[in-house]
Design a protein around this ligand. Structure first.
Ligand SMILES: [Zn+2]
Length: 368
């Protein structure tokens, strides 16, 4: 099944103006289908532009920024780009093409149509979305009020990508709201709350984390040292594991990041396991309040670690291996290392403090 979604220039003749007599009971409008969790790969083949009014070097860079604008609000599915793609500009090939043309796959664009997104779906699943910009118009990229002579590629791209996500025109669905998704182009040059609410209804919500976690190599280094202590000082026996040391550190850290980002245990676990599958976004639930960073209790961390083991065994098909640091040790000490790091300690200080605890010297003060 396919459908068209067109963006039109504002009508020059207004035939009727209807007064709304009722309060809208909902906002935004959905096309119906949406993408499966994961990446929505867009093949950009927009050609050269020269430097644009807003300083952008190419249509492609503007298109990518339009995708990033949506991605900042999407959790379960996100746009990814193939730059300067050379894929065939055809409809029905399950490839998402974005390009300029004088027709819509050979058909007339229709009067006053700036761009059209033609999408394919099967049941409730979006399977293809092609965006074609009409070469009949003069395009540039700028902010603010519309110019009479130049169409703003960026805001039209944001609008069309909204269709590609599965959003429809609110104003053609009985609503009167400010939205970049309305059917005519306007001075709205970016996403507004109604657009964001629509996208998050489809793909889940979240915010960018407000707490910065250490770069991956540092907790990995900590964990390597921890293995040495378990093996050589604690004389730990080996226990069964399906998760390699790097996976242990990466995913425990991500679980902790989701918890610090105000997700509850089950939400944080699910979001992290979705990322293990390659289908989850990296947004967290809410901004972290200021003050001492809260950390999850160890029983919840252990519950996550057990779920991670099952994921590696059952979904990823990993073979059993052995580790000197058992699940509980991994959870307790990786979380403790991160707790020190997020509360002001350097990599070296956090590592030292955790190892003092392991050697029986008690919980150490944080560094701030
Ligand atoms: Zn539209």
């Amino acid at each position: 099944m396919t459908r068209l979604a067109r963006l039109a220039l504002g009508a020059t003749v207004i035939a009727t103006i209807a007064l709304s007599t009722s309060t809208p009971t909902r906002s935004y409008a959905l096309e119906g289908p949406k993408w499966a969790n994961g990446s929505i790969v867009m093949h950009l083949q927009l050609g050269p532009s020269g430097t644009l009014i807003d300083g952008a070097p190419s249509w492609g860079s503007v298109g990518e920024s339009a995708m990033a604008i949506w991605n900042a609000y999407l959790n379960n599915s996100r746009f990814t780009v193939v730059r300067d793609s050379t894929v065939a500009k055809v409809s029905g090939d399950s490839v998402n093409s974005v390009f300029f043309d004088s027709t819509l796959f050979g058909e007339d664009f229709g009067s006053r149509t700036l761009a059209t997104t033609l999408y394919w779906y099967r049941g409730s699943r979006m399977t293809e979305a092609d965006v074609v910009f009409n070469t009949e118009y003069s395009w540039n990229s700028y902010r603010g009020s519309l110019r009479s002579d130049l169409r703003d590629f960026r805001r039209v791209a944001i609008h069309e990508l909204g269709h590609a996500l599965g959003l429809d025109h609110p104003d053609e669905n009985g609503q009167s709201v400010t939205a970049i998704m309305n059917s005519t182009i306007s001075n709205v040059d970016n996403l507004v709350s109604d657009d964001i609410a629509g996208a998050q209804a489809l793909y889940g919500s979240g915010v960018s984390g407000t707490v910065s976690f250490p770069p991956r190599n540092e907790p990995n280094d900590f964990y390597t040292q921890l293995i040495g202590i378990y093996q050589n000082e604690l004389r730990a026996g080996q226990s069964l594991t399906y998760v390699d040391p790097e996976g242990t550190v990466i995913w425990l850290t991500e679980y902790a990041r989701q918890r610090v980002g105000q997700c509850d245990h089950s939400t944080a676990s699910q979001r992290t396991l979705d990322q293990v599958s390659g289908t989850g976004g990296t947004l967290v639930c809410a901004a972290t309040p200021s003050g001492t960073i809260p950390f999850p209790p160890r029983n919840e961390g252990l519950d996550f670690m057990n779920a991670l083991q099952a994921k590696y065994r059952d979904s990823l098909g990993r073979a059993a291996g052995s580790t000197y640091v058992n699940n509980e040790g991994a959870v307790v000490w990786v979380l403790e290392y991160l707790r020190y790091r997020l509360n002001g300690c350097s990599h070296g200080d956090a590592t030292t403090k955790v190892f003092m605890q392991i050697r029986g010297q008690g919980i150490q003060p944080v560094c701030q």
